[in-house]
Design a protein around this ligand. Structure first.
Ligand code: PLP
Length: 459
């Protein structure tokens, strides 16, 4: 193709719709004639490498989009609507004959070119055939569930989930959609298996590394159990981008809150659904698609900003993970109750090691169990206001350390019984370890706060 510099580098096509004086639909191309009901996002358009197990290699292989004038960065397509030269083209677009894989766009609540470019990177990151980005992690999760389940449908889900997802499954979906959920201990594979009812259960939902207890899901086994019963395995990989690639381990769909590590700036709310092209296209269907019809649309300006951050996601993850491992190891040695799957005595350490992509580490989150909420709050107060170690705030994946007491914050949607069932102690402090400053400097601050408050570190 003219303008192609190297495999994977696609130079911008001349603006064919304008320069040709007509909508150039490649009439000499046989594809144009048998394109009827051709999928809107056909897999070849995604530019995926099929070989790469390392997500960094897959990202580098993905198509690099140049700007309109040859800029190294892609242009932002800020238009809500798109013109065609020939009115007849409009009918063909609405009939699904011409789609975004051939550069035909209708309206930005449907596919938008800039959002699609970011989505291609998300597909490359997760090794899925397709992906599409949304306005938030919750909209990605709710849209997938609503696409896969109809009224009367059943979900089996891990009992240890992000509070919003837990509330969606416990309260919202049963009331609004008659979709019910059985919560299970995701580590208990027999229970997971027995909870899935063939024909009724549509989705098995889990987080790859769970919030906030850092339990690791056995994705290959869960995938096998789900597929035996015709169930779709959906994995929320928000806690472990780059570290784990759930789709390569057997998950059918991977969802993300991009607001966390992938953004890294704590300044954007965004999400993504990564999965088969058939699912992503169905979510965009003009008559039945949850994304198209509920409309949790990502702004293309936001998509552009996020696409500039993905190239350094791997570097950031490595530093988050490296520091979390150092702090967890030292705190444990000092006699603290630390939860971190990178520690050898963590029950899921070997499992995580067997599934993880090489050299990224074991995740950027760790927990300190202070047993009571009062002690947890005292520790966080010292860490923020006395030692300047981090910020008391919910969320994760920021360059500064963020800490919160899960039981009274991000998991407060769970009642006392549900919290006990999910293994959330009232004094559990969740920390998303940042990478600013030097490691020694940050460790000294952490030590200072601990020394002054608990005298737990004794040398
Ligand atoms: C934050 C989070 C979500 C929700 O994402 P938003 O972008 O805030 O809507 C879902 N799952 C997990 C694991 C999260 O941490």
């Amino acid at each position: 193709m003219a303008g192609t510099r190297a495999p994977g580098f696609v130079f911008p096509k001349p603006n064919k719709k304008r320069t040709s004086g007509a909508d150039d639909v490649d009439c000499g191309d046989a594809r144009a004639h048998n394109a009827s009901k051709k999928s809107m996002l056909s897999p070849p358009a995604l530019g995926l490498g099929t070989c790469c197990m390392d997500p960094a290699a897959a990202l580098a292989n993905a198509r690099h989009e140049f700007g309109e004038h040859g800029g190294v960065n892609m242009s932002i397509e800020a238009s809500a609507t798109f013109t065609v030269m020939e009115p007849e083209t409009m009918r063909r677009m609405f009939a699904g004959e011409l789609g975004p894989d051939r550069d035909f766009f209708i309206y930005s609540r449907h596919f938008n070119p800039t959002v699609l470019n970011l989505s291609r990177r998300m597909a490359a990151l997760e090794g899925t055939e397709a992906a599409y980005c949304t306005a938030s992690g919750m909209s990605a999760i709710s849209s997938v569930l609503l696409q896969l389940c109809s009224s009367g449908g059943h979900v089996v889900a891990s009992r240890s989930l992000y509070g919003g997802t837990h509330a969606l499954l416990t309260h919202f979906l049963p009331r609004a959609c008659n979709i019910t959920t059985t919560f299970v201990d995701i580590k208990d594979l027999d229970t997971v298996k027995n909870a899935m009812v063939q024909g009724k259960t549509k989705v098995l939902f889990t987080e790859s590394i769970s919030n906030p207890t850092l339990t690791v899901a056995n994705i290959p086994e869960l995938s096998r159990l789900a597929h035996d019963k015709g169930v779709t395995l959906v994995v929320d990989n928000t806690f472990a981008p780059m570290v784990l690639s759930p789709a390569r381990l057997g998950a059918d769909v991977v969802v993300h809150s991009i607001s966390k590590f992938i953004s890294g700036g704590a300044d954007i709310i965004a999400g993504a659904v990564c999965g088969p092209a058939k699912l992503v296209n169905s979510m965009m269907d003009l008559h039945q698609g949850s994304l198209m019809l509920l409309g949790p649309t990502m702004n293309p300006k936001v998509a552009f900003e996020l696409s500039e951050r993905i190239p350094h996601l791997g570097l950031r993850m490595k530093e988050h993970c490296k520091r979390a491992l150092v702090f967890a190891t030292r705190l444990k040695k000092a006699g603290m109750k630390v939860v971190y799957p990178g520690l050898e005595d963590h029950p899921d350490h070997e499992l995580l090691k067997s599934m993880a992509n090489e050299d990224y580490g074991y995740g950027g989150l760790m927990c300190i169990d202070m047993e009571t909420e009062e002690r947890a709050n005292k520790l966080m107060h010292q860490l923020q206001n006395y030692a300047q170690f981090g910020f008391v705030a919910v969320s994760l994946g920021y360059y500064e350390t963020l800490m919160s007491c899960s039981g009274s914050s991000t998991s407060s949607e769970l009642n006392a019984e549900e919290k006990a069932f999910a293994g959330i102690s009232p004094g559990l402090v969740r920390m998303s370890i940042g990478y600013v400053g030097t490691l020694d400097q940050k460790w000294a601050q952490l030590e200072k706060a601990l020394n002054c408050q608990t005298q737990l570190i004794q040398y």
